[in-house]
Design a protein around this ligand. Structure first.
Ligand SMILES: Cc1cc2nc3c(=O)[nH]c(=O)nc-3n(C[C@H](O)[C@H](O)[C@H](O)COP(=O)(O)O)c2cc1C
Length: 149
């Protein structure tokens, strides 16, 4: 059994809708042998990160960056997991209303430092998530989970 860890900061109904769609895709019954674990970004520990085989990150874009909560997760975990999680796949969904480039670039840099492999294109949504947006979130969850089968 492999493990997919979803590290998310979910402060609003729009972020919650995206989170639920990602979880739904990741836990699709056709994906076998992958345990999906969800952790709030403010609660995740280095042990949680080390115990996973792949990662899904979810965050709003805040002040031109990832949320403070997801930043905190990496502040706490980065050095303890450095060199122990190299090569693991990850994906990310972002919600913003005013421009998400800073958050995307931040995760690019963090993942490059950790040596994580981008397993799918980021899903980025502005405003109320549409049906296609939520389908893209579902696909993101399913695609990253399927890569851990
Ligand atoms: C303090 C603050 C800063 C924010 N900065 C950004 C930003 O830089 N870029 C952006 O796209 N959205 C920004 N937002 C909007 C949030 O991303 C948005 O509120 C969040 O994704 C939840 O979406 P919702 O309020 O539509 O549910 C900011 C929100 C807050 C509260």
């Amino acid at each position: 059994m492999t493990r997919l860890l979803i590290v998310h900061h979910t402060p609003s109904p729009h972020c919650q809708a995206m989170f639920e769609a990602v979880v739904s895709g990741a836990t699709d019954p056709e994906i076998e042998g992958v345990e999906v674990v969800r952790k709030a970004a403010l609660e995740v520990s280095p042990s949680d990160m080390l115990a996973a085989d792949g990662y899904l990150l979810g965050s709003p874009a805040n002040l031109g960056y990832i949320s403070g909560a997801l930043k905190h997760a990496f502040d706490v975990c980065y050095y303890p997991i450095l060199d122990s999680t190299r090569g693991r796949p990850f994906g990310m969904y972002l919600h913003g209303n005013e421009g998400t480039e800073g958050a995307e670039n931040a995760v690019d840099r963090i993942a490059a430092g950790l040596g994580w492999g981008k397993a799918a294109e980021y899903v980025v949504v502005s405003g109320p998530p549409s049906k296609p947006d939520l389908e893209a979130c579902w696909e993101l969850g399913a695609s990253v989970a399927a890569q851990l089968m």
